[in-house]
Structures are given as C-alpha cells and as structure tokens.
Design a protein around this ligand. Structure first.
Ligand code: SAH
Length: 403
C-alpha cells in the first residue's frame, strides 16, 4: 500500500517544463512564493536549458530542495536524430502514451524554423497527408509540445551562450491538428512568446490549421500568434474530398473565422494560405483562377506546397510547368506567392511525410490496409504505413539515444 501511495504521488508531481508563465506563477503562489520566482525558473529552464533545480543558484537552497521534492522538469525522451544533407534535422520523440512523434529543424539563411507536432497522429484524415494515414492516438501534453523546442535548442547547442544554430521560428505544421489540442498548444505558445522563456515574436510563431472554425474563434483574445490556413482547394466540392473537415466547416465559415481572429489583433496581419498542389487534382489553371477570385477580399499571402509523395498515397507531385502556371496566375492577380521548397527529402522530413509511430486508437490504418490490399494487391502500397518513418529509419544513420 505504501509503495502504491508513493508511486501515485510521484505520478502527480507537476512537470514545470510545460507550465505556461501564468500557470507556473499560480503554482508557485500556491507554494507561498512571489511572481518573480516564476520568471527566474522560466529563465533557467527555457533560456539556459537547466533542468537541475540544484543549479538554480539565485533561488534559496531550501526552496530549490522543495521544488525538487514536489515538482519535476522533464522533456519528452528523444529516440532518434536524422541529419539531412541540406542541414535539416529530424528528431523522433517518445510520448507518454507510447507513440512516437516527429519534429523537424529547417535552417534557411538567417532563419531557423522548427516544425513541431501537436498530436500523436491526427483525427482529420486529409487525403494527401501521411500523418492522417497513421490514425490517432492522443493529444500531446504542453510539456511534450514545448519540450520539442527545448530539446531542439539543446540538440543544436543553442543553450550554450547563444551558440549553435538558432530556432528563430516555430510552426505548428508537424503531426496533428493544433486547434484540436487547444489548451496545451496555447500554453506552449505562451511560453514561446514570453520574454523570460523563448521570447519569439508573435509573427514568428505560426499555428497552422485545417480549419477548426470554433477554435479559430477561441484564439481571439487568447493569443496573437500567426495563423496559417490549410486551404488546398478553391471550392467546397473539391475541399470536401481533400480535407474531410470541410464538410463540417466549409470555406466561407473558415475564411470568416480567420477574418474575425485577425480583426481581434488590432493591427494589420495577414494569414498564410497553404495550398498543397497535387497533380491532376487541384493544380489546374482554372483552380488558380478560382482561388484568385475566392481570396479577392481576403488579404493574405499564399504558400504553394508541391505535394510530397509517400508510399501510402497514389497522389503525385505537380509538374514544374503547372506549378509555374499556377503561381503565375496568382501573381498576376496581385497575390504574394511563395513556393515552399522541399527540404529534408532524404530523411522523409518534408511536409506531410511525418508519421512517427502512432498507437492508432481509430483502426484507420487497418481499414486502409484492407482497402488498399483489396484494390491493389501487387503494388506494395502502404509499405511504410506501419511503424513510422521506416524509410528514414532504414536508409539513414540513426543516432540511437540512450533511454
Ligand atoms: N493539421 C494542421 C497542421 C499539419 S499539416 C494543418 O492542417 O494545417 C502542415 C501542412 O503540411 C499543411 O498545410 C498540410 O496541408 C501540408 N501537407 C500535408 N501533407 C502534405 C504532403 N503530402 N505534401 C505536401 N504538403 C502536405
């Protein structure tokens, strides 16, 4: 019995790494401490990378000991690291639920973007996304979300007197739908924006959503981070097919909610429209023209993402000429258009290729397998829909981390 009590006490210890500045201050207030203690701890943990309370020398020894007794500081365990030829790095982390998720660092000139995951798997099942094919296990905790940024910084050497490549931008474009894990994502965003923690500018933290309309509305008043909308189609008929969530929240409602969020920010900010171009599906000139009309009164930037192929999908990348034509039509219509280059290709780290190893609770993977085998028994499709990232795991040197 005594043993059980001890175990449950240990499990209940709050993990300070995932507490937003507000929640950390509240917890410390409950321990009889002043708000400046929260700022001290934030700086130790998120700026200097310190996880050992004993090393936090500007806090009294007595309180350090109490913190060590009653709380923990635990980033999620890192399992593998893959280094791509172009400087991108992908890491696989283990979640408390037993799944694996991935995050990717993308250096680009003076900018270093970390693409983080918000869920183990995804419930949305967008037709072109490898994560969706994995099914869904669980929401990541706030500690598992901010822990990705903390781990990336440590891995890149960023805690050592500002050394190493920096994480200048964070995008919620890894595995999962961030707005279906609202509270934990917002706590992590609070830490990213807090001057005593990561101190990133609100323009450099981007929440990308497939269009969870009520949650976009909830963002107003809760955060002022940048917003990206995964649109991928210029009309509901096509979008219903690519992003099943569209059947619940169609394009008009999505653009309206985004407009409301941006209006709540009280300054001119433009969302990013993401459009994954898939050969013969949504990459025709008429789609570009329709998109130009759809977004006529919606100030935004457009990011075109050539579809990244993966073995569980029969979709193909667009040709260079259709990409060029599509872009040209939007540019001529006056839009700012960026084409996202494929990075980290050799370690399966590109958009939509992140799979981890999800303990699927939805049985979607089984159903997909049954369907695909029935339709194409000899083609060897979904060879990699099993335990995540086998392409990367098999072909590239994995640095196995000590558990
Ligand atoms: N659920 C969120 C964030 C994850 S996806 C969202 O939908 O925005 C991040 C971006 O990668 C999205 O714009 C998504 O459409 C894109 N993406 C997914 N699969 C892709 C693929 N196979 N090729 C190119 N882009 C892809």
């Amino acid at each position: 019995m005594r043993h059980e009590t001890r175990a449950s006490t240990r499990a209940a210890k709050p993990n300070l790494i995932g507490l937003s500045p507000g929640k950390l201050a509240a917890l410390l207030a409950g321990m009889g401490e002043k708000p400046f203690r929260a700022r001290q701890i934030l700086r130790w943990v998120h700026r200097r990378g310190e996880l050992d309370f004993a090393a936090m020398t500007d806090i009294s020894v007595k309180f350090r000991q109490r913190l060590a007794r009653e709380t923990t500081l635990e980033p999620p365990p890192l399992r593998h690291r893959f280094n791509a030829g172009d400087g991108c790095v992908k890491w696989i982390l283990k979640t408390a639920s037993g799944s694996s998720v991935e995050m990717v660092y993308i250096p680009d000139g003076g900018r270093g973007t970390l693409c983080v995951s918000s869920q183990a798997g995804c419930t949305l099942d967008c037709s072109f996304c490898a994560t969706g094919k994995q099914g869904f296990d669980s929401n990541l905790t706030a500690a598992e979300i901010i822990g990705q940024v903390w781990l990336a910084r440590r891995e890149l050497g960023g805690f050592e007197n500002g050394g190493g490549p920096a994480v200048t931008n964070v995008v919620f474009m890894g595995m999962g739908e961030p707005l279906l894990n609202f509270d934990n994502v917002m706590d992590a965003v609070d830490l990213l924006l807090d001057d005593h923690a990561y101190g990133l500018s609100k323009r450099r933290v981007t929440i990308s959503t497939a269009g969870v309309v009520p949650a976009i509305r909830r963002m107003a008043g809760r955060t002022d981070a940048a917003l990206a909308l995964s649109l991928h189609a210029p009309n509901d008929e096509l979008r219903d097919e690519l992003v099943p969530l569209n059947r619940k929240y169609p394009i008009k409602a999505l653009l309206e909610a985004a407009r409301e969020y941006l209006a709540s920010l009280g300054e001119r900010r433009e969302p990013l429209i993401e459009y994954t171009l898939i050969r013969g599906v949504n990459d025709h000139r008429r789609h570009a023209r329709e998109l130009a009309v759809l977004l006529r009164d919606f100030p935004c930037k457009i990011n075109l993402i050539p579809f990244n192929e993966f073995s569980a999908s029969e979709y193909r990348r667009p040709s260079d000429s259709s990409l060029g034509n599509f872009r040209g039509i939007l540019v001529d219509a006056g839009y700012t258009v960026m084409v996202r280059s494929t990075r980290g290709d050799d370690i399966a780290a590109a958009c939509g290729q992140l799979t981890g190893a999800v303990r699927d609770q939805t049985r979607r993977r089984e159903r997909l397998l049954a369907r695909t085998v029935a339709a194409a028994p000899a083609r060897g499709l979904i060879a990699s829909a099993g335990d995540g990232s086998p392409s990367a795991a098999e072909s590239f040197r994995a640095e196995e981390r000590a558990p």
